[in-house]
Design a protein around this ligand. Structure first.
Ligand SMILES: Nc1nc2c(ncn2[C@@H]2O[C@H](COP(=O)(O)OP(=O)(O)OP(=O)(O)O)[C@@H](O)[C@H]2O)c(=O)[nH]1
Ligand SMILES: [Mg+2]
Length: 109
């Protein structure tokens, strides 16, 4: 669905970019998609959450390994946006509270 994402960028103040961390074969394309989202003109001042999902499944890499494959430190250092990374299991709900806290913190008072 990546090609139609830009139709939703206008007036967008927060972005949650969800990565399927159980799908190793999609990691490089996911990283490229993330870079194109971060480069989009309407999103230059958005708050961005990169969310590594499906952390309940076995055989997934550690969050540190995922972030290293994404070159997340370089991305955070060079992107104009404020970027947060969190891990989640949408199935078990583990990590969900941190996501809600992040969402709450990005809303204007
Ligand atoms: N184990 C687990 N399954 C999840 C989690 N989040 C979503 N799913 C399941 O993942 C399936 C949806 O596939 P996704 O890969 O998330 O969705 P998608 O990328 O739009 O679909 P594909 O193109 O098939 O990959 C559903 O069966 C969900 O129940 C999670 O945190 N843990
Ligand atoms: Mg998928």
């Amino acid at each position: 669905m990546g090609p139609i994402w830009p139709s939703y960028f206008i007036d967008c103040t927060s972005v949650i970019f969800m990565v399927d961390s159980a799908n190793i074969t999609q990691i490089s394309s996911s990283c490229i998609q993330l870079l194109s989202v971060l480069a989009a003109e309407p999103l230059q001042t958005a708050s961005v959450l990169v969310l590594f999902n499906k952390r309940d499944l076995p055989c997934t890499m550690s969050l540190g390994e995922m972030k290293s494959l994404f070159r997340m430190d370089d991305i955070i250092a060079s992107a104009p946006q404020s970027i947060t990374t969190l891990e989640l299991s949408a199935r078990s709900g583990e990590g969900l509270q941190e996501v809600l806290n992040w969402l709450d913190s990005t809303q204007p008072d």
